[in-house]
Design a protein around this ligand. Structure first.
Ligand code: FAD
Length: 501
């Protein structure tokens, strides 16, 4: 046996990041590989607002062997087929960014090319007719994919909305059942090796120490080890993403839960609406440079479906990322690694992806710097590409005469995003670079949804005549409408498959 093997992992923090990390490590490293101990402080608490996800969470659940109906039941979850954006392009407009892809297989040519050719005067509604997820979302339908050959019903892509508190409890039970030890206590300091600077232990308020070989910092925004101890530093993206606060409040549900998240643009930010089985999660993400807390709470409370179930809760953040995510024997995961506002529900995904990468490059006690460098490089790329996709939503707005929106519409944007828009404007083409998270469907949905119009369609679409193109697209629309009609109402699906006995 390798005598430099990691003997003990210490996870600092028990929010969503801490428990997702603990559960995945417990599953992948099995029982006897090494000890895993998680330290958290109930007194400090967790952010507890991350409730909307993207389809990649299905991979995490499958890796853990989670039984999905049980998971939906225990976390009071609903299914999510995409995000509806309201008033983001121009006030009065709405579009869905659906999961999955548009159209059907077009034998090697992008569906988007044929769409732009057949519909020179497209609107967001025209495009939605080519997405089963968007159609099902609009009609409040949901089912899981079934084995139906080439039918879009075989490829339904979905994610979840869940109760963040129940999710952390669920994963905690899972991890503890697989041997993860939990320690309650507030960490006040850490011991570093005087020569190497490696962290040797964390010190709790009561004087106890918890020693380990590998420390995973899941302590949230404060970055207890990665920043406060190891001085990782932070890259601030406020000039591109000026929102720096949120106010959140749950409210009573009114009507059946919609199978999509809604994001509505507001005076100096945007409001989320996340439907769960037992309530709706709401929040306003806003910029304190443009409105104050009272105004933000007022906007949020004036735009709820039902009675508020708690007092509004404020959260502060600085959009950006750590300069380094892994230093010596410490890896930051979750908010300790960085934060991009939840407009496309990407934070939980970044946790999952961080744990997956760490497990792929799992160290021994020699901590190979080449692995560490790669982890830092790939994670930085991932954060930055998500950042650019989020900035697109702000940049491509036609909202006017509101200082916040005037600023984001006119601001300079990163070169990478500038290039994507330039390419799209010429022939409507989108390319997915390396391992960036969002695919061409996502970019196409937001670019068209917010009225970026290409000057022409991809010339390769001329492989079909206009008559053939229209006939194909008519067929696709009809197929998707039939499939959506076949799906049961979302609440009926939950009641039938995921209800308590
Ligand atoms: P936290 O929840 O802050 O947990 C930190 C943990 O560290 C806690 O257990 C705390 O007790 C512990 N801790 C800290 N200091 C100490 C100490 N000194 N001693 C001991 N323990 C300590 N993500 C999505 O994917 N979808 C969304 O819809 C979404 N919405 C969001 C909305 C808002 C307004 C915000 C701010 C975030 C949102 N996120 C969303 C992000 C998501 O909430 C987080 O990624 C997720 O909750 C992980 O947080 P965390 O575990 O890293 O940090």
């Amino acid at each position: 046996m390798n005598n430099t093997r990691i003997r003990k992992i210490v996870i600092v923090g028990g929010g969503t990041a801490g428990w997702m990390t603990a559960a995945a490590c417990a599953k992948i490293l099995r029982n006897n590989y090494c000890e895993i101990e998680l330290v958290e402080s109930e007194q400090i608490g967790s952010v507890g607002v991350g409730e909307a996800t993207i389809p990649q969470i299905g991979t995490y659940n499958r890796t853990l062997g989670i039984e999905e109906n049980e998971f939906v039941r225990e976390t009071r979850a609903t299914f999510k087929l995409g995000i509806e954006f309201v008033d983001w392009g121009a006030p009065g407009e709405r579009y869905i960014h659906p999961f999955g892809t548009y159209g059907l297989d077009m034998e090697g040519v992008s569906f988007h090319a044929f769409f732009l050719k057949a519909h020179p005067d497209w609107t967001a509604r025209t495009l939605e007719q080519y997405s089963l997820q968007a159609q099902a979302a609009r009609h409040g339908k949901f089912m899981r994919p079934v084995n139906a050959g080439n039918s879009p019903l075989s490829k339904i892509a979905y994610a979840f909305h869940f109760d963040a508190g129940l999710y952390a409890q669920y994963l905690r039970r899972y991890a503890q059942a697989r041997g993860v030890a939990r320690r309650e206590g507030k960490i006040v300091d850490a011991v570093q090796n005087s020569q190497t600077g490696y962290i040797e232990a964390v010190i709790l308020e009561d004087g106890c120490t918890v020693e380990g070989d590998l420390f995973i910092d899941c302590s949230g925004f404060r970055g207890l080890l990665i920043d406060q101890k190891l001085g990782a530093g932070y890259i601030d993206w406020s000039h591109w993403l000026p929102c720096d606060a949120a106010v959140a409040v749950p409210c009573e549900s009114a009507g059946p839960p919609t199978p999509f998240t809604r994001s509505t643009a507001r005076e100096a930010g945007w409001q989320w609406r996340i439907p769960l089985q037992h309530r709706i999660g709401n929040g306003l993400v806003f910029s304190r440079g443009y409105i104050d807390d009272d105004k933000a709470a007022g906007i949020l409370l004036a735009n709820l479906d039902g009675k508020p179930l708690a007092d509004p809760r404020f959260l502060n953040f600085t959009p950006g990322r750590r300069k380094l995510f892994w230093i010596k024997n410490c890896v930051a995961i979750g908010l300790a690694a960085g934060f991009i506002e939840p407009l496309e529900s990407t934070s939980i995904h970044l946790i999952q992806s961080g744990v997956a990468k760490l497990l792929q490059m799992f160290p021994d006690r020699r901590f190979n710097q080449a692995d560490i460098d790669r982890y830092n490089r790939v994670t930085a790329f991932e954060f930055e590409r998500i950042r650019d996709f989020i900035i697109l939503h702000y940049k491509a707005t036609q909202r006017r005469r509101q200082p916040f929106w005037d600023y984001v519409r006119e601001m300079n944007i990163p070169d990478y995003l500038q290039d994507k828009i330039r390419l799209f404007k010429s022939y409507g083409r989108i390319f997915r670079e390396n391992e960036e998270l969002f695919n061409d469907t996502s970019w196409f949905a937001v670019m068209t949804g917010q009225n970026i119009r290409p000057n022409g369609y991809d010339p390769v679409a001329d492989v079909l005549s206009i008559e053939e193109t229209r006939a194909r697209l008519d067929h696709i629309r009809a197929t998707i409408a039939t499939c959506a009609g076949h799906m049961p109402p979302h609440e009926e699906f939950i009641a039938r498959h995921c209800a308590f006995d």
